[in-house]
Design a protein around this ligand. Structure first.
Ligand code: NAP
Length: 480
């Protein structure tokens, strides 16, 4: 660097803290440069300062930069680049061409590409790869882009602690991981720079694993809502001229919620059962499941949590039944007419048993439902051993399905056999929703019979049916 360049650079330097002049210069490894003084640059600079790093901002207008964290320095890009080995690029990708004339100063430096896009496939190549092509002499690392300026300002206790990085140079990645760790994040190395596009797509995701379960929940709710609307409300209006449309708000909702909940709970357990039968049929676990089954299995947690949400709504709707005007009116009316007509009614022990069993099974089912929901949370499931997790999610899960199904059968009780139940020759919603859980429970029952269970356990331990011919030792019959 010439003397003139040095003096120009000196005149570019702006310290935002008078203290900086007196603080002894930090070693290069303790200094970090941030290009860009926008939202992310400022938040990141603040966190770096709080973690003990010396921060030098590189800006187009070092003299007019404002609202920068106290203690940071701001320089022109060229001078800032020379002050640190690690440079965070907190600038939109569209402006990256300002880095081309700085290629010499950036040679050998680690450039951390923080950029995101507005939509997927916005550019032909990943932003980080584009940056690498502009500055081939530098080591580009993609990272930190899944954090927001807000979360950086609030600290890791308030936000996601995970950051993802990728890049070609192991040393460069190590330097970035060291900074991330010092900032309180845990960095996950995702591999080479070719993964950058995937990392850039992360912030653009919109509940990818929730889409299918949400569609199922909305589709089922809408289908059963219209089905029950026709059977309960429109039927009463057409056949008896009665307007009971007020029932839409609570009665109908309280029928739709448990129906959807039970079907979705069965949908959580059906793919596991299907997978077991597929393995039994194929006689091996080493063949991939069809894609649709894979996708279905991957969204079981979301299906279960949505099912729990509907069960929770059912509980709330049930709890408010006694305070409904319609219910209070009916109860008072019945009492008054019993008194007026001087009638006495017999206590029916069978009805009492049925009612109590129905409620008790519902309460037990809901209790286990909540337990399943809690143990599916990562913070809880991480604390469980694999055996504990599978005991809760599989054994207790099927027990929950059994209790909730029995709760619904008790709700139907002897109405299954009454012709008046089948308005316009259609079965009530609760009967329809019993089909799937009953099928799942029957199939599960088949799977846990000792002979089938033995075969499926062997298959899961690596035994293959075709291998019998190759290895005579394994040729004993599976089902004695
Ligand atoms: P921003 O507020 O718009 O700031 C960008 C900064 O880039 C500006 O303050 C400016 O700093 C500099 N700049 C603007 N035009 C330039 C040009 N032509 N040449 C050189 N530098 C220029 O953006 P941001 O929200 O901080 O985001 C910065 C990058 O981080 C983006 O790529 C974004 O995708 C990514 N990101 C942002 C967030 C977030 O929460 N904001 C989260 C993750 C990733 P100077 O005036 O000092 O030069």
């Amino acid at each position: 660097m010439t003397g003139q360049e040095r003096s120009e650079e000196k005149s570019e330097c702006v310290s935002l803290s008078p203290m900086m002049e007196t603080v002894p210069a930090l070693p290069e490894s303790e200094r970090v440069c941030v290009f860009g003084t926008g939202d992310l640059g400022r938040s990141l600079g603040l966190r770096l300062l709080q973690a003990g790093y010396g921060v030098v901002f590189g800006s187009r207008r070092p003299h007019s930069s404002s609202r920068l964290p106290h203690g940071a320095q701001v320089l022109g890009h060229a001078a800032a680049a020379q002050s640190a080995h690690l440079i965070f690029i907190a600038v939109q990708r569209e402006h990256y061409d300002f880095l081309v004339p700085l290629a010499n100063q950036l040679k050998g430096k680690v450039l951390v590409d923080l950029s995101n896009n507005l939509r997927k496939n916005q550019y032909p190549e990943a932003n980080a790869e584009y940056l690498q092509s502009l500055v081939p002499g530098a080591e580009v690392v993609k990272g930190f882009n899944t954090l927001s300026a807000w979360s950086l300002q609030n600290g890791p206790s308030d936000a996601n602690r995970q950051v993802y990085i990728c890049g070609e140079s192991a040393e460069a990645k190590q330097a970035v991981i060291a900074v991330a760790t010092k900032l309180g994040f845990s960095a996950l190395d995702r591999g080479f720079l070719s993964v950058a596009r995937e990392l850039e797509d992360f912030p653009l995701q919109l509940f990818p694993q929730w889409r299918l379960p949400l569609r199922i929940a909305i589709g089922l709710s809408a289908a059963f809502f219209f089905y029950l609307l026709i059977r309960d409300i429109i039927y009463a209006y057409v056949t008896q001229g009665k307007d009971i449309s007020f029932r839409i708000m609570v009665s109908l909702a309280n029928k739709v919620c448990p129906i959807v909940s039970l079907i979705m709970l069965s949908l959580c357990y059906l793919p596991g059962v299907l997978a077991s039968f597929l393995q039994l049929y194929r006689g091996t676990k080493y063949r991939r499941f069809p894609d649709w089954l894979d996708r279905w299995m991957l969204c079981r947690k979301q299906l279960g949590l949505l099912a729990l949400g509907f069960a929770f709504l059912h509980v709330l709707y049930t709890l408010i039944i006694p305070i409904r005007y319609y219910v209070r009116f009916k109860a008072t009316d019945r009492t008054v007419s019993v008194i007026r007509e001087n009638r006495t009614t017999e206590f029916d022990t069978t009805t009492a048993w049925r009612g109590d069993s129905y409620l008790s099974l519902g309460i037990l089912g809901f209790g286990l439902y909540v337990l399943l929901g809690i143990t599916s949370l990562p913070s809880v499931s991480n604390a469980l051993s694999w055996r504990e997790f599978s005991f809760v999610q599989s054994k207790l899960g099927h027990l929950t399905l059994l209790l909730c199904t029995a709760h619904t059968y008790l709700y139907g009780w002897n109405r299954f056999l009454s012709a008046s139940t089948y308005k316009w020759y259609t079965p009530p919603g609760y009967m329809l929703c019993l089909v799937l859980p009953s099928v799942v429970l029957l199939l599960k029952l088949l799977l846990i019979t000792p002979c089938v269970d033995r075969t499926i356990t062997r298959i899961r331990q690596g035994w293959e049916r075709g291998a019998d011919h190759r290895n005579p030792k394994d040729s004993q019959p599976l089902i004695p």
